[in-house]
Design a protein around this ligand. Sequence first.
Ligand SMILES: Cc1cc2nc3c(=O)[nH]c(=O)nc-3n(C[C@H](O)[C@H](O)[C@H](O)COP(=O)(O)O)c2cc1C
Length: 222
Amino acid sequence: MLFYLIDKKLNNTTDNDSKANNMTTLLQLNSSIFSANGNSSQLANEFVAKWQAKNPTASLIVRDLASHPLPHLDAQRVSAFFTPPESRTPEQLVYVEESDALINELKQATVIVIGLPMYNFGIPSTLKAYFDQIARAGVTFRYTANGPEGLLSGKKVYVFAARGGQYAGTALDSQTTYVRDFLGFLGMSDVEFVYAEGLNMGEEIKAKALANAQQRLAELAV
Ligand SMILES: Cc1cc2nc3c(=O)[nH]c(=O)nc-3n(C[C@H](O)[C@H](O)[C@H](O)COP(=O)(O)O)c2cc1C
């Protein structure tokens, strides 16, 4: 089954609740500003196609964060999150519903695929906006006497990272640490990174990097 959920007004009901039906769901988040033409999107798409071939009954949800960006977190939205449900204004209820829909979508997925370009040494702002919508105290993480506890466990995450330069394994790769730490904070600690690096360093390096990434994604698509 293929669902393209590209409208930010998502349905909060569970018509296609894969968990209830015991069905596997893959949630794909592409964040290249070039949408499907981005290198990260193409690698993520190739992985998903191979994964689907091995998991033909699984559900797929695709979210293109560039063509359908989410609003940035602001004081109004974060205040809505912090307001007790019974005291929320109609406007605050809408803000919380939008975040809840994203979280419900994420909760129902057991496999998460992220297309991750590097822009100006960071992650795309659209992906950061998504992260800001799903990090909710008491909903996706909580603080306990033993420290923070992520509430989104039992998921496998694949990240397809595309970069113009070569940074993996160096201090300049702030992306990997940040994404791994953020996902881990929410309970998603099983994260696999596949890198395509040096894409702006000439055709030969680019071709080799993409071929290596394609080989790795084919191995991972089970
Ligand atoms: C606005 C912009 C900023 C970029 N900044 C960096 C950077 O800081 N480091 C880097 O290695 N590559 C950088 N690049 C190159 C991209 O990482 C590379 O083009 C990669 O393919 C982007 O992924 P995408 O094709 O999925 O969009 C940048 C590209 C653009 C368009």
